[in-house]
Write a new protein. Structure first.
Lengths: 1041, 503
């Protein structure tokens, strides 16, 4: 492999070293309006060769390579298009405002990286430019896309130095499988996770293909839509290189904290207990009280027994995110380096990403070569709360998973932030910390760490050969390689004899767990494109092949009991070495074709077909074909008479297609056995069947999709509307169904389950909404409506567990219901819906059977994006609404246990009558009498008992409004640096904010309802392992030389 | 034009080369390189883990029944566990037991099929014995459960339920078959059996004795259901094979080679005594005052073997217990370290000790009851007294036989044979006192079967009028994933629905 890579690099350098061919010339210039303002969204295409267009940069500057005598077409939304014959290398253009250009001339990066005019497409796409993507200076591109594209649901599911995001386009197409859209980076399909590795500044634009139509040409992964990212490739002309320096510095603070009670301190049943994690003690009275048990030296800490303001919130730091970048843009060459350094709100958590990208290309007559390479290094060091959770579970210490739980173990009167020096402060040490049932969080944060280094290398080589004006051949090879080296450590501590005997403290072993994961994906693609115009007809045809091999190995080695302090090597252990090594390999080979016909540009139809062959299915079932058709009709071009001042542009589009895929991992055709439970013991092996059974006869699954869309502009393109309706029928899904344990397995892979997924994407752009003097106000909105319905699971099975806390609060697929709905434990209720309580104790009880509640994924997502421009100043804001769904907040139950939540202090902990309750009539069993006077006999027992067992107490509406992004940018006139200087070409300063406010319904006093414990298909279940949401505020400076 | 053709041809040829290169073997790479599949499994590879898991489940899976049965109680270190302590159990309670047994029994089933195909009757016989143990546990907790249609996912992905009594009847047959299969077994036909049999090291006679004892246990569980005639004829079949029962010193113990290491310790030790790190493994379960007093008030030293001395005694209370379900508000109440753990020196001797699967003590009490019921010939009093003695011996009580004899002859009502008006009640009371922490499950079976002993009810303030549950509710998973079949069992109420043998 090393040799191969070296060859590729040599090749790239060779390309760069040679001189340009003489047949072409490079034209550059600026595109401005008649007021002299730049038009940042203008595009430039060569007439008769739309696929070679470029988009101007934010200075209005463009560079394009053309043949002498060619005609360039300049266009932009709200401006009249203009055709100019090229005569010399400098061509500045002024476009006159407002006429019927609109959406019609927008260029998008279509299938296989081929640029297409959007109006020809029969399916929905959306383009996000670099400027729009980076408005909030998000470190992760996914966060930068939030709220900007209709149909795209990007959820930040936790908050940390490496925010995990979940991305769905137009809902889901697989109940238990993969719903990740495909990520196509410069034409090469790569893992969606690379989104977090990419430098957002390198991105030229992001194009989102929303439907399944692209699957015919991109392959099975594209059934979930495609996110096409094109990186900057260098300018086409030989002008001066552009050097860009940028810095963005942002600060993070908690934006929403759960509501705590501030009335009662530590203890149980109203009695003061100095070492309790329970806050069920007496009310705060301002008296002096001792906390904790006497230490070995007899000392004991004294505090004032009253609630300290916001002490728990102060535990968290202000996070700092610093991004520095430099890039060099020259003819056919782009080089950039970025360093993103994130320090989290959790003390000591950090993550740093450094990346280098070089894109270079060269043209020799008919031959063109491009080589892109991107190396990314990520180093992180974070609290390992899973390891803490595992330790606590192994020691029967419940409810101690997650940093928040440590906070919940702490009373409002405890000076939490004074315990950071647990090494020297005797009251903060492991032995001396006041709490018998909860660790000092500062100690825990340092004890369990996860440190890792992730290296990504993404490289692609593209060779184009223009056989004729109408025929082009392309070969593209892609390599992505990921190496993750990760280490989980526990420093360990041995408690003093005194703490062991008096406080029952346990030893925490020193341990290390190391993991090396490496994966490579190689792809090789060859295709030919045919473009020919015959009279009024234009034919576009593509035929190609694609081959891909994915390989990975995941090796782990661990030692549970290390003996030399601070030495974390598995060799320094007692006991046996733990570990595993898992390999996976798969291959895919495809043939595909697409034939497009266009009549006069206003009637377009495209046929597609693809045959895949995969190594994942048995040799009998591994080859499958799927066809598609799409078309568009531009009414305003076909019937120019309907064009008017009101209607500027009207297009209809439709597509019908089928996609097939084998959405399974390698080796899922035969059931397996494993050792475990301590086996092998010396020379004695011991195997047991694994819980999942596999079916050798699995077949590919298919999705039938229909899509219909309208694109229209009104009032001279001031009002632009794009709307799509889609309906997808997902059949014969390869799913893992949960089966009765009595089958001997818990899960079985079968071809079953069908469901429909349908919805609408709506975009409305008011550009401008209004204009007063120099002030332009634009208003962009996007709306996503998505619904689904399960039509079948499996004969005899109506439900499928999809994730969450089984039998408590979980996501389920239920026939007749959307995917997914909550099933959760509720109170036992009488036929009138009243909570049944015990006539004597007043306690309700949990219904032994879970009940079905609302959906777990949003029905509506709405983005509102007002923008105001005034000369060099631009203010852009983004608001996002999500609603129609529910969330389970696990922290509610955890906070109830320790008695810190606001709910536990309701009614000042006086006994109360359970609202809307009844009890069974002793004389008429089965009849219930309204309860007006039987109070719960003990509030402490109620909240720590049945209240926690009833998941519906913590199931809230997941609706939210959030102020997602604010950006105030100002282009400093370069003249301030001297009239005649030409060193500094531009200077932009910006103030940015992300997630500034979060508005939640009253019932949600817990956390961001988007937070979720997993990136899998399950939604709406958050736990105490997820930290509170944060807001990010900062500024950035970008200078161009 | 010629040039164009050439270009086209070259393109087509290039594509053909690319397509042609994909041979069938390119896609034939889906054989699992990480884990073995069923075709390479042998009984020898399955048996050790089956035996270990079975013993581990029996010894460590039933702490809550220890609580219900007055053996154990929650320590002062923990807040109340409302669900078990109020007897108000839901269908998540002990749901892991259902799945664990079916997982173990799945391996047993695979082993049985493989052994049968290979003519390995020793392995097949063992499979039937473990099957009888596992399904007994399921029936004793859930009554009707999937049995005949279990472990056949291809044709029964929704397994129907069999009646508890017919499962019992079939298990008894299986055990008879097991005895016959074992009898004809030859070591040479059963490769690896001497190593894989981590209970008896390939001793056929002992396996038949275990099969016999398990069969007797099933019959005793059915004592209030089965007719005397049927019981007698079944017992006669057992006696006829001549291998007898597990006798004094013949406990069936599992020993794969336990080590004082992470995940490799003796299961009971690892769960209730000490973790491999040296930390206390369990601070939740402590001695229950009820059983502690039954020992102490009757000069029965065995409490010092079932329970440990408090690590840090308070007020000289070396042995300190709690009342089940009691909510003590006093913050200074004795905590885990101040009370007696449930892994006394008689039970937890070391991290590497063998794990009991079926103790000689229990076997002797079963025999004593069978004799008293006239199912088995012999002298009931002798059998009873031998059983009590076996308990002292098993625990390693100092001068076990003499101490036991003193206790037997102490004249205390709890132990005296002659004073006892109901001998069965006496046998079962002493069985109860002999199995503290060793077999919490059997005590719950005997309590439901005979109401012995008269355990005090939970002091949980949330108990209301609840009594000790009579059975478990089917797990929610069954209602989700096998709904039609489980719903045929009707509404289950743990307070009123009974196991078939519970009359």
């Amino acid at each position: 492999m090393r040799q191969k890579l070296l060859l590729l690099f040599c090749f790239g350098a060779f390309l760069f070293a040679n001189k340009a061919s003489a047949q072409k010339m490079t034209v550059s210039g600026t595109v401005k309006d008649d007021q002299g303002e730049v038009i940042p969204s203008a595009s430039v295409i060569i007439k008769g060769n739309a696929s070679n267009g470029v988009v101007v940069d934010r200075k209005g500057h463009y560079i394009i390579s053309v043949e002498k005598g060619a005609t360039l077409v300049f266009s932009a939304i709200n401006y009249e298009r203009k055709e100019v014959v090229v005569e010399n290398e400098n061509l500045d253009v002024i476009l006159s405002p407002a006429d019927n250009t609109a959406l019609s001339d927008v260029i998008v990066t279509g299938v296989l990286g081929i640029k297409r005019q959007k109006k020809e497409l029969g399916y929905a796409t959306a383009t996000v430019s670099n400027g729009v993507l980076n408005e909030g200076k998000a470190v992760n591109i996914a966060n930068g896309l939030q709220g900007k594209v209709s149909g795209l649901n990007i959820t930040t599911i936790n908050n940390g130095v490496n925010e995990d995001v979940k991305i769905n386009l137009r809902g889901i197409r697989s109940l238990t499988g993969n719903n990740n859209p495909m990520l196509l980076l410069d034409g090469v399909a790569v893992d969606l996770n690379y989104l977090s590795s990419l430098n957002p500044n390198d991105v030229l634009d992001v194009n989102v293909l929303k439907g399944t139509s692209a699957a015919a040409l991109y392959g099975p992964d594209a059934r979930n839509g495609v996110i096409v990212i094109t990186t900057k490739k260098g300018t086409a002309g030989a002008g001066n290189p552009i050097i860009t320096l940028s810095n963005s510095t942002q600060f993070q603070k908690i934006s929403f904290f759960p509501k705590f009670q501030t009335e009662f301190g530590s203890g149980d049943y109203g009695e003061y207990v100095p070492f309790e994690n329970w806050q069920w003690g007496p009310a705060y009275d301002g008296s002096k009280k001792l906390i904790g048990r006497p230490l070995e030296d007899g000392s004991q800490q004294e505090i004032t027994y009253s609630a300290l303001p916001n002490e728990r919130e102060k535990f968290f730091n202000t996070g700092v995110i610093v991004q520095n970048g430099v890039s060099f843009l020259a003819k056919d060459f782009f080089l950039s380096v970025q360093d993103a350094n994130v320090k989290g709100i959790v003390p000591h958590d950090k993550n740093r990403r450094t990346s280098v990208r070089m894109n270079a290309s060269k043209e020799y007559g008919r031959f063109k070569a491009q080589f892109n390479t991107n190396y990314v290094l990520k180093n992180y060091n974070i609290f390992d709360d899973d390891a803490m959770d595992d330790y606590n579970r192994a020691n029967n210490v419940g409810l101690n998973g997650g940093l928040l739980n440590l906070i919940f173990n702490t009373g409002a009167h405890i000076p939490l932030t004074s315990y950071s020096d647990y090494k020297n402060n005797k009251f903060a040490s492991y032995d001396g910390y006041y709490n018998d049932y909860g660790l000092n969080p500062y100690f825990a944060l340092d004890n369990w760490r996860n440190t890792g280094k992730i290296q990504d290398l993404l490289s692609s080589l593209q060779l184009d050969f223009k056989a004729a004006d109408w025929l082009n051949f392309t070969y593209r090879a892609g390599l992505t390689s990921n190496t993750t080296v990760e280490r989980h450590t526990s420093n360990g501590i041995t408690p003093s004899q005194y703490a062991m005997e008096n406080r029952s403290f346990l030893l925490i072993p020193q341990s290390v767990d190391e993991r090396t994961y490496s994966s490579t994906r190689l792809s090789s693609e060859f295709f030919g494109t045919f473009n020919k115009t015959l009279g009024d007809f234009k034919i576009n045809a593509i035929a190609g092949t694609y081959f891909r091999e994915s390989d990975s190995r995941d090796t782990k080695v661990s030692a549970g009991n290390l003996i030399i302090p601070n030495l974390f090597n598995v060799s320094g252990r007692t006991g046996e070495l733990g570990g595993s090594s898992v390999k996976a390999r798969s291959r895919l080979f495809s043939l595909y074709t697409s034939i497009g016909l266009s009549y006069k540009g206003w009637a377009n139809v495209e046929f597609t077909g693809r045959n895949d062959k995969t190594s994942l299915l048995s040799l009998e079932n591994n080859s499958y074909f799927y066809p598609g058709i799409s078309g568009s009709f531009i009414a305003t071009d076909a019937f120019p008479s309907i064009k008017s001042n009101i209607l500027s542009f009207l297009k209809f589009r439709a597509s019908v297609n089928k996609t097939g895929n084998a959405d399974i991992s390698p080796y899922l055709l035969a059931s397996t056995f494993s050792q475990g439970d301590g086996f092998p013991y010396g020379s004695l092996p011991g195997y047991s069947a694994d819980n999942t059974t596999y079916n050798p006869d699995l077949k590919p699954e298919f999705i039938n999709s229909k899509e219909f869309g309208v694109e229209a502009s009104f009032l001279n393109n001031k009002v632009n509307i794009e709307a799509s309706y889609y309906n997808q029928n997902n059949t014969d899904q390869i799913i893992s169904i949960r089966v009765s344990d009595a089958t001997g397995y818990t899960n079985a892979f079968v071809n079953a389950a069908s469901f429909t997924n349908k919805g609408m994407d709506l975009d409305l752009k008011l550009t401008p909404l209004f204009k007063i003097g120099d002030v332009d106000v634009d208003f962009l909105t996007s709306a996503t409506y998505n619904d689904s319905k399960i039509t079948s699971i499996y004969p005899g099975l109506e439900e499928l567990f999809a994730g969450g806390y089984d039998n408590f609060a979980a996501n389920y697929a239920i026939v007749g219901q959307p995917a997914f709905v909550f099933k959760a434990t509720d109170y036992l209720r009488d036929p009138q819906g009243r909570v049944i309580v015990d006539k004597v104790t007043g306690y309700p009880s949990a219904d032994p059977n879970t009940k079905q509640f609302g959906r777990t994924m949003p029905l509506w997502i709405v983005g509102l994006n007002p923008k105001v421009r005034w000369k060099g100043l631009e203010v852009s804001a983004l608001f996002e609404y999500r609603g129609g769904h529910y969330a389970y907040n696990g922290i509610g139950a955890d906070m109830a246990w320790t008695g810190v939540s606001i709910a536990t202090a309701a009614n000042h902990r006086e006994r109360f009558v359970m609202p809307n309750s009844s009890y069974e009539d002793p004389n008429n069993p089965g009849q219930y009498i309204a309860n007006t006077n039987v109070t719960v006999s003990n509030v402490n027992d109620f909240y720590t008992g049945v209240y926690r067992d009833v998941a519906t107490n913590f199931l809230t509406s997941a609706a939210s409004w959030r102020f997602r992004e604010l950006s105030i940018g100002y282009d400093v006139p370069v003249s301030v640096f001297g009239k005649n200087q030409n060193v500094i070409k531009s200077l932009t300063v910006a103030v940015t904010g992300r997630n500034l406010f979060l508005w939640l319904p009253k019932s949600n006093v817990y956390t961001d309802p988007d937070f979720n414990f997993t990136t899998t298909n399950t939604s709406g279940v958050s736990t105490s392992q997820i930290n509170p949401p944060v807001r990010t505020i900062g500024g950035s400076v970008t200078v161009q030389f | 034009m010629i040039k164009m053709k050439n270009i086209l041809y070259s393109g087509v040829i290039l594509m053909l080369i690319l397509f042609g290169s994909c041979k069938k073997s390119v896609f034939d790479i889906n054989t699992n390189p990480n884990s073995p599949t069923e075709d390479v499994m042998t009984p020898e590879l399955l048996l050790p883990r089956i035996l270990h898991r079975t013993a581990a489940r029996m010894a460590t899976g039933y702490g809550d029944y220890g609580g219900w049965m007055g053996y154990w109680a929650r320590s002062g270190t923990y807040g109340p566990s409302t669900e078990p302590e109020s007897y108000n159990i839901t269908n998540t309670f002990q749901a892991g037991d259902w799945s664990t047994w079916y997982q173990i029994l799945m391996d047993v089933n695979t082993m049985e099929v493989k052994a049968n195909e290979g003519g390995q009757t020793f392995y097949e016989g063992i499979a039937k014995v473990i099957k009888a143990i596992g399904f007994m546990y399921l029936v004793d907790q859930y009554n009707n459960v999937p049995y005949s249609k279990a472990f056949d996912l291809a044709s029964n992905i929704l397994p129907s339920y069999d009646k508890g009594d017919s499962i019992y009847a079939n298990l008894i047959e299986q055990l008879n078959d097991a005895a016959a299969l074992l009898k004809e077994a030859k070591i040479v036909d059963n490769p690896g059996i001497e190593d894989a049999d981590i209970v008896f090291g390939g001793d056929i006679q002992k396996w038949i004795a275990l099969a016999n004892t398990q069969c007797l246990k099933l019959l005793i569980h059915e004592s209030e259901y089965i007719s005397e005639g049927d019981a007698k004829s079944e017992v006669a079949k057992i006696v006829a094979n001549g291998a007898g029962f597990l006798n004094s010193g013949e406990s069936a113990n599992v020993q794969p080679g336990y080590l004082a290491d992470d995940g490799k310790q003796n299961p009971f030790w690892n769960t209730y005594k000490t973790l491999y790190t040296g930390s206390s493994a369990n601070q939740y379960w402590r001695a229950n005052n009820y059983v502690l007093d039954l020992y102490r008030n009757n000069d029965d030293v065995r409490y010092k073997y079932f329970f440990s001395k408090a690590q840090t005694p308070v007020d000289g209370n070396d042995y300190y217990g709690y009342n089940y379900g009691e909510v003590v508000i006093d913050p200074d109440q004795p905590k885990a370290a101040n009370s007696s753990d449930v892994s006394g020196p008689g039970l937890a001797k070391s991290a590497t000790q063998a794990q009991w699967l079926f103790t000689s003590v229990e076997s002797e009490f079963l025999q004593a009851e069978a004799i008293q019921r006239n199912w088995l010939s012999g002298d009931a009093k002798t059998a009873y007294e031998n059983a009590v003695k076996e308990s002292f011996i098993w625990l390693g009580v100092t001068d076990a036989v003499a101490t036991a004899e003193d206790y037997l002859s102490s004249g205390k009502a709890i132990v005296d044979w002659t004073k006892a008006s109901n001998k069965i009640d006496l046998i079962v009371t002493q069985k109860y006192l002999a199995l503290t922490g060793i077999n919490n499950f059997e005590a719950w079976v005997d309590y439901r079967r005979l109401g012995i002993p008269n355990v005090p009810l939970s002091l949980s303030p949330s108990r209301g009028s609840n009594k000790i549950p009579l059975r478990l509710l089917y797990p929610q998973n069954e209602y989700n994933y096998n709904p039609a079949n489980v719903k045929k069992e009707g509404t289950i109420d743990a307070q009123t629905s009974k196991i078939f043998w519970d009359k």
